[in-house]
Design a binder for this molecule. Sequence first.
Ligand SMILES: [Zn+2]
Length: 311
Amino acid sequence: MIGGVWCNIIKLLDKVSLDNKPLKQYIVGKVGSGELIQFWFDPWLSIGPLFLRFPALFQPEKKKDCKIVDRIGFVGGNSRFRWQWKRNLSVGQEIDELIELSSLLINIDLNDNTDKWAWLGSVDGQFSVGLVKSLLTKNLGFQGLYIPSRCKWIPRKCNIFIRRLGMDKLATMDALKKRNIDNGDQTCVLCGEEDESVVHLFTSCYMASSLWSIISSWCKIPSIMAFSVKDLLETHENIGLKGRKKEVIQGIIRIGCWCIWKARNEARFNNIPANLAGIIRELKSVGLFWLNSRSKDLNVSWREWCSFVNM
Ligand SMILES: [Zn+2]
């Protein structure tokens, strides 16, 4: 039952983090009638609160504190979504997120039972302080997932994107197919050679591997060797870097991923062909702007940035 001791535990856990994630997310709502659990803010799909997973879609939500029953209803025995947006959704990330969220919700059945809470930190679902303590010392991500660390000098929207990438939550063609959403041609729009997946797009695609190779020589670092998204996002930790240069490389690789995804969306949804020169131009200009606007004691010139000196 919600309320009483659970309510206090949830409020308390909201202030404690494990790997940048509120410990609250180890608690998951078991949906009954959907009248008590908040649709966006409460963790009820074992993937954490939906407003964190679907930040673009959360923006146009009309009633941010709505309950599950406000968004999933029944008509003639069939569940049906009851979205309420402040405006029309825009093509791109908002629609991507709507498709992904809808596929997650499709099998949710509301019933007459009262909503309940379960603890995810143990196999048997039983909560204990000792278990929380051991989780805090284990340094494991939520449910063992890889959760990329936050980069200090890139904006929040970019960090959120990177977290979704690291947790394999992007709506790539293979991810949609796994959820039985047939979205047409599966071929990667950047190279046209292989099926699109997260690993392909960000590591093995011709466009990505060329980008990482150019970044290696631009930033004068060893070749970026990545066979997984985790390898890629942890590069800065594994090539002998220290201090500011390490942080700058961390951000540049993250912005590189951001630019690849933007180019992919432009190509897929707006038929604008991706080109490597355009991706590099955007990476360098956005990167310098974010670096200078978010680092108080740093003012890197375009010339310094392009030759990557004084980092
Ligand atoms: Zn490709």
